[in-house]
Design a binder for this molecule. Structure first.
Ligand SMILES: NC(=O)c1ccc[n+]([C@@H]2O[C@H](COP(=O)([O-])OP(=O)(O)OC[C@H]3O[C@@H](n4cnc5c(N)ncnc54)[C@H](OP(=O)(O)O)[C@@H]3O)[C@@H](O)[C@H]2O)c1
Length: 335
């Protein structure tokens, strides 16, 4: 593909012309960031002449406005994929809502305002399906984000994420900025946080099942196993986020998820993990512990309008790839 030249009209009438994209990925060392890196470097996701920069918190603590500014001045991005966030599993959120709220508000405001001040053409930020209203009708869609309070367990993180959508609309209204957001459902894949207490559900279960197999003990799952989730493989998400960066023109967010028909129960997911790890031990469900939201089915109808052709990696196959990666990288994986 030849070098891409971009023209962008702002609402105020000025036109920014740039050469090839310079893409800054915040949170570039995390689960989703590593997946985007793989798509860019190994699947031809990077077009000729483009430069991609993957930041971790060691490069800049984005809670800090000066460090954020310094990172933007160093890389001079034309485009930003904003993934950096303080994230955690259900039980960590329940203990620490205040810091999930404050740190994420600061990170998001620093990134969006610095991007605006430095003339960044497009920012794609990452929301989450867990920010949707707790009491709602299903399936949830992009128009329903602000229709009621989020689930109590992670209200700090959720409100901080919701404000990104409010800011995107305000930057467009006031300055014509094309800053948008994606809403992934539950992500998993290589490089995830596999910590049993702090990790996301699928990766924590992979670690738990692996340890149970090694020790010859039962797998003890928190909750009843009845909660249902739509899981998206990180590589599929990476491919879709790059499409959003290049093609998607709306300010309104877009849900990036497998279909409603692909939602599975935690019990079904554990069975798939056990099969992938060849773990034949007993699986117990501790019904005294919280299931979190029992379901949060999201509609991917908008995505399907744009991308009827996109093929998601089958869940069992993606779980197998992730389990194999975890076993092969056990000594260095985040546990
Ligand atoms: N995983 C999911 O299921 C899921 C679902 C929906 C939405 N999301 C969203 O997707 C995005 C990426 O999530 P992920 O799962 O890839 O998370 P992750 O693996 O935990 O990675 C988080 C990333 O953010 C960086 N980061 C954290 N605090 C930072 C700070 N103060 N300054 C600079 N960088 C900081 C981390 O850098 P270090 O490596 O240096 O710590 C890391 O690169 C997040 O916005 C998250 O809310 C995730």
């Amino acid at each position: 593909m030849s070098t891409l030249s971009l023209r962008h009209s702002t609402k105020m009438g000025s036109e920014i012309k740039t050469g090839p994209l310079r893409v800054l990925v915040t949170g570039g060392s995390g689960l989703v960031g590593k997946a985007i890196q793989q798509v860019v470097q190994q699947e031809g996701g990077q077009h000729e002449g483009e430069q991609w920069f993957f930041l971790s918190s060691k490069d800049a603590d984005l809670v800090d406005a000066q460090q954020t500014r310094a990172a933007f001045e160093k890389y001079r991005p034309t485009h930003v994929i904003h993934l950096a966030a303080k994230v955690g599993g259900l039980y960590v959120h329940m203990r620490d809502n205040l810091h999930f709220l404050r740190d994420n508000i600061k990170i998001n405001d620093n990134v969006l305002q610095t991007a605006h001040e430095m003339g960044v053409i497009k920012v794609v930020s990452c929301l989450s399906s867990c920010i949707f209203p707790d009491k709602t009708t299903y399936p949830i869609d992009e128009t329903m984000i602000h229709n009621g309070p989020p689930h109590d367990s992670n209200f700090g993180y959720s409100h901080a994420k919701r404000i990104i959508d409010v800011q995107n609309r305000a930057y467009f209204q006031q300055y014509g900025r094309r800053y948008t957001a994606v809403i992934p459902t539950n992500v998993f894949g290589p490089h995830d946080n596999f910590n049993i207490t702090n990790g996301h559900v699928l990766s924590a279960l992979i670690n738990k099942t692996y340890q149970a197999k090694e020790e010859g003990t039962p797998v003890n799952v928190c909750g009843s196993g009845a909660a249902r989730r739509q899981f998206i493989y990180s590589l599929d998400l990476g491919r879709l986020i790059i499409w959003v960066l290049r093609e998607y023109q709306e300010i309104e967010p877009i849900i990036l998820s497998v279909g409603e028909e692909d939602e599975v129960s935690i019990k079904e997911a554990v069975d798939m993990i056990a099969e992938a790890l060849d773990c034949k031990g007993k699986i117990n469900f501790d019904t005294t512990l919280s299931d979190g939201q029992i379901k949060k089915t999201a509609s991917n109808a908008k995505l399907r309008l744009y991308r009827p052709d996109f093929t998601f990696t089958p869940l069992q196959e993606a779980i197998k790839i992730t389990c194999d990666w975890f076993v092969a990288n056990y000594n260095t994986a985040r546990t």
